[in-house]
Design a protein around this ligand. Structure first.
Ligand code: GLU
Length: 485
């Protein structure tokens, strides 16, 4: 297999979107499996939409997913710098070359003039496409226009021949000349447009295979004509199908998280998210659906990317995550849980692996770390930070002539004298149950209500241990004072 040199080239406008994560994953896998290189470059020529913070977030999210790169931001490389805003000279040279060769020209219509041309075209029931006239402005005329405050841009003369792009997913896509325009390659602010910077960089960085979303496919002819004009060879393309929600609408925030960082904050495992993302448009061709990144590198093939829209099934992602959590090794779970806690306001110490291990050990079946935290955080928080659930109080403390409250009062004394170890606590509670002929539930549930306000918590001895003796006694007293008369 020819080495495929691939890249991920995000425009930093926000967090890493799940669709971009898929683009990056496929590019990564294709490079790794073919012995090519994978690079990450920041396409920040759109100053209006630029978000500097996003540059750092994107890198962080990629690494969290386990995708590292051979060249690019943070790591550098022979073709750097890897941020387009730091490469303006290189684009300028190419733009000048196109101007000198008569393949590009100056234009300086104002927004109002362009709008007038657009509405004229609309009146003729046509789409407006900017095309050069017989004559184009000279350099001098462009300079004069600029001096008068007009927006001077450079446009590429797209010519009048149909352009065919060969895409490995969508096949041959031909754009007829009437659908083409003389698009801008240098904006009035002096920055190149995405089209120009993108092809120059792909060429200079040795990229020969491009993965990107299907939404770009209709524009790829622009890259193709530019490449030809600049004497570059054509790369391979795999445009990836659109990602829709379950109703067939464009994936959007209104149905929940769409950014990698948001899933991370909810407590998803990167391996589960990555696995799920790999199936958005790629069909492994076998019943099996669970893959590690290494397995993807081995099995992935462009031939198995489909054309039809991918469905973003949140239930399936949750099921993937639940399974990944239940099959992860204890060490991996502690590491991932700690990573999760570092980004959350929580009362659990992220830097106490021994304690986190114990918390994980006695909690099973949670679907995300967020869910787990929601359940156990109260054990580690302040003693008065929770309210006593009305229903739980009625059922477990007040019923049967306040039997639960009596149990609590007696346990306060017993627990004040019991050694705080699993075995000693279990024994003391069992003995109390036996002596009073009470089932375990009649004792453990009132305790849970006192210690957490609710009836769900880890096994009772563990719950007591997590809260700690002093806090247990304080919480029982607070409960008796709040709930009792
Ligand atoms: N900067 C473009 C984006 O953010 C990349 C397009 C491409 O991959 O060619 O989507």
């Amino acid at each position: 297999m020819e080495p495929r040199n691939t890249r991920f080239a995000p425009s930093p406008t926000g967090h890493l979107h799940i669709g971009s994560a898929r683009t990056a994953l496929f590019a990564f896998v294709l490079a790794r499996q073919s012995g090519g290189k994978f690079l990450v470059r920041i396409e920040d020529t759109d100053r209006a939409r630029h978000d500097e913070q996003a540059v750092g977030l994107i890198g962080e999210d990629l690494r969290w997913l386990g995708l590292d790169w051979d060249e690019g931001i943070d790591v550098g490389g022979p073709a750097g710098p890897y941020r387009q805003s730091e490469r303006l000279d290189l684009y300028q040279q190419q733009i000048q070359k196109l101007l000198d060769e008569g393949k590009a020209y100056y234009a300086f219509e104002t927004q109002e003039e362009l709008e007038a041309l657009r509405s004229e075209a609309r009146a003729r029931k046509q789409d407006f496409r900017y095309r050069r006239g017989q004559e184009v402005p000279t350099r001098q005329e462009a300079q004069d226009a600029k001096a008068q405050g007009r927006p001077v841009v450079v446009r590429f003369d797209a010519g009048h021949e149909a352009v065919t792009v060969c895409d490995d997913v969508f096949g041959r896509v031909t754009t007829p000349p009437e659908a083409m325009d003389d698009f801008v390659i240098r904006k009035a602010d002096g920055f190149p447009t995405f089209y120009l910077a993108n092809v120059v960089d792909d060429e200079l960085m040795g990229v020969n295979y491009i993965t990107r979303g299907q939404e770009f496919l209709g524009q790829t002819w622009r890259q193709s004509v530019l490449r030809r004009a600049l004497g570059y060879s054509e790369p391979g393309y795999a445009h990836l199908p659109l990602i829709m929600d379950m109703q067939g609408r464009k994936l959007s925030k209104r149905d929940g998280a769409v950014d990698v960082g948001a899933f991370r904050d909810q407590g998803y495992l990167p391996e589960a998210l990555l696995n799920f993302v790999s199936l958005l448009g790629w069909n492994p061709g076998q019943d099996r659906e669970k893959f590690t990144l290494e397995e993807l590198v081995e099995l992935f093939s462009v031939e198995r990317i489909g054309k039809s829209n991918a469905k973003f099934d949140r239930d399936k992602l949750l099921a993937f995550n639940t399974e990944a959590l239940s099959s992860a090794s204890p060490g991996r779970l502690v590491e991932a849980f700690s990573d999760f806690l570092q980004r959350q306001p929580s009362d659990l110490p992220a830097d106490d692996p021994e304690l986190l291990g114990r918390v994980l050990e006695c909690n099973r079946g949670f679907r995300t770390f967020g869910e787990l935290l929601e359940k156990v955080n109260v054990l580690f928080g302040p003693n008065d930070a929770y309210a006593f659930d009305e229903k739980a109080v009625k059922k477990n403390l007040r019923k049967n002539e306040e039997q639960g409250l009596k149990v609590l009062a007696e346990l306060e004394t017993i627990l004040g004298q019991t050694e705080f170890s699993t075995a000693a606590l279990e024994e003391a509670i069992q003995e109390y149950c036996n002596r009073n002929e009470l089932g375990m539930g009649k004792v453990a549930q009132p305790l849970r209500v006192a210690l957490t306000g609710r009836t769900v918590s880890p096994p009772i001895a563990e719950t007591l241990l997590f809260v700690g003796r002093e806090n247990v006694l304080a919480r029982i007293r607070r409960c008796l004072a709040t709930v009792g008369d």
